[in-house]
Design a protein around this ligand. Structure first.
Ligand code: ADP
Length: 493
């Protein structure tokens, strides 16, 4: 009877609830946009109460659309935008400030100060992260330092902090449960990913009282219950969005890797039970906690992924919609020597050059728009390869297959080129909404709905792309790409 799982997927721009049946098949979805607030240049906030309200609405809508009796829902899983920070009052339940979104850079000067003070090394060793305003710690400190009375209230044990998962869990359990999972905790800059504890030295450094912090639990765990139409539904899965997508793609083994091609691309490689430090500027993070063990991942991102296709559409107006890019790129039959380096906002790992800027190389008299479109699609695959090479080098693990999802993974030309340039099979998931599926899988494991082995057998690849390119061509193309990257670097001085 209890054969459905509700996955709550709270993203940066929307709240969604997805209903899965016991075969992991998506049966209903409801989505509502959430509002972003931009009080100043570089500041990004959201109304935390509104996040909860929209999330609850989508949950109700899904149950209604599917005509479900709540007793049929076995469990709820939560996945969420990571790092976004909420601080609220324990008694009133009211946030003392808007949620500060991961994209917000208001604390970057302070991060630079800490870097100058030589704190980066210890932070990296303990948390696997780089010292950046992106993560939660400096956002919490900003709230405590800025909001009147907040410091005193924090000292008096009156405040709570949470990332979005924690906030939703606390609201859904009517203030009974203040907890998070390992994957979300590992994005705060406060959690020691080796000892699996909030780190006293880091708490001191960021001046954050421990009493604010949630309990940290495995990702598949009975966190608490959500009372829905008089029925108690257990909340049994939590993971940050990228880790949930890795789980949703059933990347359970060491070396299993997924790439999500959205606005940017997010690559995660499962490195098993060992945290692998990176020499290439990647992040070491916790993938999930499961079966009394913690699994780690290496993470890297391409800043401009699908956004480059949006640039072709809106900036250059070469295409009417993103899907058209495949058609035009496929028209180029001859060997093309055009390279687009989409370093619009600098280059991330493994180059880390914020002064790099976008560039186009190899133009000749006969270059036409198709060449530019093709080269732009290829750039997404080249940047993904840059990261995968860095991951292989950091982990000493050879990539097995690449599992893909996200909006731009619909592009067959891009996926084939990715397989060719990596010389690896690219497997596109049937459900390209792997994030919600991952949360559902985690929740279902805890209630005994399925096991990891069963999940693997439930996976259906929609299409696999097999590498066809010759070794010599692959090496030549990638060599030229690296030459193009080099020439785009240090443009701003
Ligand atoms: P996000 O979750 O970051 O908003 P999505 O997973 O929804 O991203 O993917 C949207 C991105 O994918 C957009 O940047 C869009 O340009 C790109 N995109 C969507 N469809 C295609 C396609 N068929 N080919 C290439 N890019 C695409």
């Amino acid at each position: 009877m209890k054969k459905y799982i509700l996955a709550i997927d709270q993203g940066t721009t929307s709240s969604r609830t997805v209903l899965f049946n016991d075969k992991g098949v998506n049966c209903a979805v409801s989505q509502r946009e959430t509002k972003q607030i931009y009080p100043k240049h570089g500041w990004v906030e959201q109304d935390a109460e509104n996040i909860y309200k929209t999330q609850l609405k989508t949950l109700r809508e899904v149950v209604k659309t599917a005509n479900l009796n709540p007793v049929q829902i076995g469990a709820i899983g939560i996945t969420n935008q990571r790092e976004t920070t909420v601080v609220w009052h324990k008694k009133t339940g009211k946030p003392i400030y808007n949620a500060i979104v991961w994209q917000d850079v208001r604390t970057s000067k302070w991060c630079q100060k800490l870097q100058k003070a030589g704190k980066e090394k210890i932070i990296k060793e303990k948390t696997g992260l780089v010292l950046d305003s992106y993560f939660s710690a400096t956002k919490i400190k900003w709230i405590l330092d800025t909001i009147p009375n907040a410091r005193t209230q924090a000292k008096n044990n009156e405040l709570l902090f949470g990332t979005i998962d924690t906030w939703l869990l606390w609201k859904m359990t009517k203030g009974k449960i203040h907890a998070t999972d390992y994957s979300n905790a590992s994005r705060t800059l406060l959690f020691n990913i080796h000892t699996l504890n909030w780190d006293e030295e880091l708490l001191d450094l960021f001046d954050i009282p421990k009493s604010l912090l949630p309990q940290v639990k495995p990702s598949s765990y009975h966190f608490g219950d959500f009372k829905f139409e008089k029925i108690n539904i257990p909340i049994t899965g939590i993971a940050g969005d990228q880790q949930a997508a890795l789980f949703g793609q059933a990347c359970f083994k060491k070396g299993d890797t997924k790439n999500t091609y959205g606005t940017g691309c997010f690559l995660l490689m499962n490195t098993g039970e060992k945290a692998k430090p990176s020499k290439n500027g990647l992040l070491t993070t916790i993938a999930w906690g499961l079966n009394h063990k913690v699994y780690y991942a290496l993470e890297g991102s391409v800043f401009i992924g699908g956004a480059a296709i949006k640039w072709l559409r809106d900036g250059l107006q070469l295409i009417k919609n993103a899907a058209e890019s495949e058609l035009f790129a496929s028209k180029v039959k001859e060997e093309s020597s055009v390279y687009v380096v989409p370093a619009f906002a600098g280059l991330g790992a493994p180059f880390w050059d914020m002064d790099a800027r976008g560039a186009i190389f190899g133009l000749t008299q006969d270059t036409n728009k198709n060449h530019l479109i093709k080269a732009t699609l290829e750039s997404i695959a080249y940047r993904s390869k840059d990261l995968i090479l860095a991951m292989e080098s950091d982990s000493n693990i050879k990539l097995a297959n690449l599992n893909v999802d996200g909006g731009a993974s619909a592009n067959g030309f891009l996926m084939q080129f990715q397989a060719d340039i990596l010389n690896t099979i690219v497997k596109r998931a049937k459900v390209i909404e792997s994030t919600a599926l991952g949360a559902a899988y985690l929740a279902g494991i805890e209630i005994g709905l399925w096991t990891q082995e069963e999940i693997i057998s439930m996976q259906e690849d929609e299409v696999s792309f097999y590498p066809k390119m010759s070794k010599s061509k692959r090496e030549q193309l990638y060599k030229n790409w690296l030459k193009a990257v080099k020439r785009s670097m240090h443009w701003e001085d």
